[in-house]
Design a protein around this ligand. Structure first.
Ligand code: SAH
Length: 232
């Protein structure tokens, strides 16, 4: 049985998805709202977690362990690191890392804790599907590494450090934590982001200007991914 989780961090990221789903049932659980719908005969659970690693961990875990989702799609916006990623461009995460996880004082690399890993790989099958979706839509999506941390990065120096340290192409605040949860619970996941800013000194202005449009770009792509996943 398929039950698919679709997650964002902020209301703006899930609103365009809920709009496409039409009717849904709202359930309150663990201080959050979950929206349950049937889409093309498949059960779907949608939620926005609130911003950051802790809230996104809680929501991903709830969607899997409480609501029984067995696949997870994330839709949202991110700051671009790779200069080829402009506002509105899409990035599909190949693997994700926590850029603010630091026990380097003990000789470990950034992003690593014992019994963990610096990177968590996203589901290869859904990454492959995203290429088909992109070509169906006549769009280009870039694959790349996403770095996650509990910081809104609006600083060229920090952004470059994250880019160099993790070989990251984009950064945001939820992807890697969702990845850790899904990996631990053996749930295939797909993380998509549309660029809202360049994580530089203008980032907060760019974010405010492009959040809504970039969130829609990401949500439209994720809905096409949902169609593909269901058709499989
Ligand atoms: N404007 C919001 C705060 C947004 S935080 C408020 O005032 O309430 C940024 C959100 O977008 C996070 O969910 C994160 O995942 C993503 N994001 C986009 N650009 C980012 C950047 N430059 N640094 C970190 N996260 C970013």
């Amino acid at each position: 049985m398929k039950k698919i989780a679709i997650m964002g961090a902020m209301p703006e990221e899930v609103a365009p998805i809920l709009e496409k789903l039409g009717e849904y049932k709202t359930t309150k659980y663990a201080d959050n709202e979950y929206y349950e719908a049937t889409y093309k005969g498949v059960e779907v659970v949608v939620a926005y977690s609130k911003i950051g690693k802790v809230f996104s961990t809680l929501t991903a875990s709830t969607m899997i362990q409480h609501f029984g989702c067995d696949k997870l799609l994330f839709s949202g916006v991110a700051g671009g690191i790779n200069p080829s990623l402009k506002v509105g461009d899409l990035i599909v995460a190949t693997k994700l890392s926590q850029h603010d996880l630091d026990i380097t004082a003990f000789g470990h690399p950034f992003g690593f804790v014992p019994e963990g890993a610096v990177y968590v790989d996203a589901d290869k099958e859904m990454i492959a599907m995203s290429k088909e979706v992109a070509s169906d839509m006549g769009k280009t999506v870039q694959e790349g590494i996403i770095a996650t941390g509990d910081q809104f990065v609006a600083n060229e120096e920090r952004k470059n450090w994250i880019g160099e340290t993790f070989n990251a192409d984009a950064l945001e605040m939820e992807g890697a934590s969702v990845a850790v949860v899904c990996n631990a619970l053996d749930v295939p996941f797909f993380i998509l982001r549309a660029i809202s800013d360049a994580a530089d000194m203008d980032a907060s202005f760019s974010f405010d200007e492009f959040l809504e449009t970039s969130a829609i770009i990401s949500a439209e792509f994720v809905m096409k991914m949902l169609d593909k996943v269901i058709a499989k």
